[in-house]
Design a binder for this molecule. Structure first.
Ligand SMILES: Nc1ncnc2c1ncn2[C@@H]1O[C@H](COP(=O)(O)OP(=O)(O)OP(=O)(O)O)[C@@H](O)[C@H]1O
Ligand SMILES: [Mg+2]
Length: 252
């Protein structure tokens, strides 16, 4: 099986939540960093006109694992649904970062040919309310059958806000697959065009462990969109996270 075995347009992960600032770009860039280390190079699509994902890629040191970046200007509408873009033949997963304040039509376009959807949500009453409403709308889309998962983001242990968030999320039809803590590791990594996977392991161990259910879930849902045998091409991960890298020394 060659690297061209990826199905056309397969492996699309859309990061979505019209609520601003919930961590879409953070999740998108960190997943891109993860898939880049794992190989083959992922494609990171920035559909946000503000373009923080694009800026993150611009800051990314050239010697780091390759990520194919696609800016909003490089996207073309495809018919009435979906977006088309030039995807390198050997590209791995495609991660799509989306803007805040999306209308139903835009949500429909962005999710039309997604293989799965990840929804980050913050532990605040406003965010939970907005996300609940959004998920209800998402699931109402007539052609909607994609796997959807929620990720609690920027949480703090033993807080009322986290307890409230988890209680609401338990009542959701969509599963909550991970709880990410509020951590400066994400901020420091982003400043340098990196993901947490590219910082010294002893500093990010906790955050990498928290991300693990997300990548495991993605492996399960994306495998269905891959041709048989392709999954075995993925490199095993554990050796990636050695503490040999010499990165920033800022504590959390
Ligand atoms: N787990 C986290 N811990 C600490 N800071 C975080 C975390 N997740 C996100 N942030 C910070 O929160 C801010 C908003 O995150 P981000 O830009 O990823 O959200 P967004 O959903 O993409 O926002 P927008 O809707 O404006 O595009 C950023 O400053 C980011 O660094
Ligand atoms: Mg963003």
């Amino acid at each position: 099986m060659t690297t061209t075995a990826y199905l056309e347009d397969a492996n699309k992960i859309v990061i979505l939540n019209p609520k601003g600032g919930c961590g879409k770009t953070t999740l998108a860039t960190n997943l891109a960093s993860y898939f880049a280390l794992r190989g083959p190079p992922p494609t990171l699509i920035d559909t946000d006109p503000i373009g923080y994902t694009t800026r993150w890629l611009e800051r990314r040191p050239p010697d780091r694992a390759e990520i194919n970046g696609i800016t909003i200007d490089e996207l073309a509408p495809r018919g009435t649904h979906g977006l088309s873009f030039r995807k390198p033949r050997e590209a791995g997963a495609t991660i799509i970062d989306t803007p805040a304040a999306l209308e139903q039509r835009e949500i429909s376009e962005l999710t039309h040919d997604a293989d799965c959807i990840l929804i980050p949500v913050l532990p605040s009453a406003f965010d939970v309310h907005a996300t609940t409403t959004f998920i209800a709308r998402l699931l109402q889309l007539t052609d909607f059958e994609r796997p959807v998962a929620v990720i609690a983001n920027r949480t703090r242990k033993n807080t009322r806000s986290l307890a409230m968030l988890l209680e609401v999320l338990r009542s959701f039809e969509t599963p909550t697959i991970a709880i990410l803590r509020d951590s400066q590791n994400y901020v420091h990594a982003a400043d340098r065009g990196l993901g947490i996977y590219e910082l010294p392991y002893h500093k990010v161990k906790q955050d990498i462990e928290a991300m693990e259910p997300i990548v495991n879930w993605l492996d399960q849902v994306l495998v269905k969109t891959l041709q048989p045998g392709l999954v075995s091409r993925f490199n095993p991960l554990p050796k990636l996270f050695s503490s040999s890298s010499t990165e920033l020394s800022t504590a959390d």
